[in-house]
Design a protein around this ligand. Structure first.
Ligand code: ATP
Length: 362
């Protein structure tokens, strides 16, 4: 019998004393999908993952795996009986076992040749094949993290839980391993939940992303949609770069701004206020020598293939724009750009997170 959801997190609350670290959290995970909980430090991601693993009691709500309740305020199925794979931040490798034996630890019931094949395959894919005979204390933090991943993946668990699994890796390895782990999960049909504060990890791995704040999910969506169609200012600020410019709604698909009329698919046509803030992402602002907008470069951040320029308009308004790296301007230079906004994201006027923080500290 096929089930619709492998994991159901049903309105759970977790408390430390009187503080609610997780507060009415609700989400469901389909078999074979990869879900990422993404949010700033302290928003309750690790607590939520520990609750799913069975290490954290619930004050309210219920967690079901394959339809069976595993956590309620009255009952907690112990972690070892949940048939989960786990990669937590402290790695928790067996110190007395070599790398290959750590990876083989959950495969005791397999015959020798199949076990060796599984272990060697995983060591190869995790870029660890030269390290199989080392002990954990002879590895770097990033190598230990990869061993922990390989060990959790080896028994092909029905649900894999990962807490910041790439946090100790350098950028290059992080990207490569993110893609590798994504492919492995899909090949073996492993359902996974990952928590991270790093949006790029969430984008590489996640079929769906839950943006968390203060113990709850603000938006549950695909990575594409949380970037292009954030439903709150918090999500718009937290995900990607961007600025808000003031405008007046003049129609169902148009907003009049100091940069002219911006037209696009309006994400929330029900919004009633006429005065709005329009989200402008760097990829909405295109370099164009014939562009209608002239601006001064006030800051530049080299990103390798691209340069992220902060551009200041004569009015003082700033925009961000991503130029190909060979368009190498200096601070103070004037450049021309044009807007190309597909997703028109607007909010009632208000402070950006940066403005709120500046006024709070003033
Ligand atoms: P990070 O990304 O920094 O790991 P997080 O989003 O995973 O953060 P949690 O570790 O779940 O957040 O913590 C959520 C809240 O609960 C925080 O305010 C934290 O200070 C608090 N907290 C976490 N563990 C405990 C604990 N053992 N006792 C008391 N408070 C705790």
């Amino acid at each position: 019998m096929s089930i619709e959801y492998l994991l159901e997190v049903d309105n759970i609350t977790c408390r430390y004393g009187q503080d609610r670290a997780v507060d009415g959290l609700n989400f469901d995970v389909r078999p074979g999908s990869v879900t990422c909980l993404l949010g700033p430090s302290g928003c309750g991601k690790t607590t939520a993952l520990r609750a799913i693993a069975g290490f954290q009691a619930l004050a309210k709500g219920e967690i079901r795996i394959e339809g069976e309740p595993v956590s309620t305020p009255l009952q907690l199925v112990p972690p070892e009986r949940r048939q989960l794979g786990m990669v937590f931040q402290d790695h928790a490798l067996f110190p007395h076992l070599k790398v290959a034996d750590n990876v083989a630890a959950g495969l005791r019931h397999q015959d020798e040749s199949l076990r060796r094949q599984t272990v060697n395959g995983l060591l190869e894919r995790m870029d660890l094949n030269a390290l199989g005979d080392r002990f954990p204390h002879e590895l770097s933090g990033g190598q230990q993290q990869r061993v922990a991943l390989a060990r959790a993946l080896a028994p092909r668990p029905r649900l894999l839980l990962m807490d910041e699994p790439f946090s100790n890796l350098d950028l290059d390895l992080r990207e490569r391993l993110g893609v590798e782990v994504h492919d492995l999960l899909k090949e073996h049909g492993i359902t996974a939940v990952m928590v991270t504060h790093d949006q790029y990890d969430a984008f590489v791995l996640g079929d769906e992303v839950g943006i968390m704040s203060q113990g709850n999910i603000l938006q549950w969506d695909t990575p594409y949609n949380v970037y292009h169609e954030p439903t709150s200012r918090f999500v718009a600020d937290f995900i990607g770069n961007g600025v808000f410019i003031r405008g007046t709604r003049t129609g169902d698909r148009t907003v009049d701004t100091e940069l002219g009329v911006i037209e696009g698919t309006l994400d929330r046509p029900a919004l009633t206020s006429a005065l709005v803030d329009v989200l402008i992402r760097p990829d909405d602002v295109l370099p164009d020598p014939d562009g209608a907008i002239s601006a001064r470069v006030s800051r530049k951040a080299f990103k390798g293939a691209d340069i992220l320029y902060t551009l200041t308009l004569p009015s003082g308004t700033t925009l961000l724009s991503l130029f190909p790296s060979h368009d190498n301007f200096s601070v103070g230079d004037h450049v021309r750009v044009r807007l190309n906004v597909d997703h028109l994201v607007v909010f009632p006027i208000g402070k950006t997170v940066a403005e709120s923080m500046a006024s709070a500290t003033a």
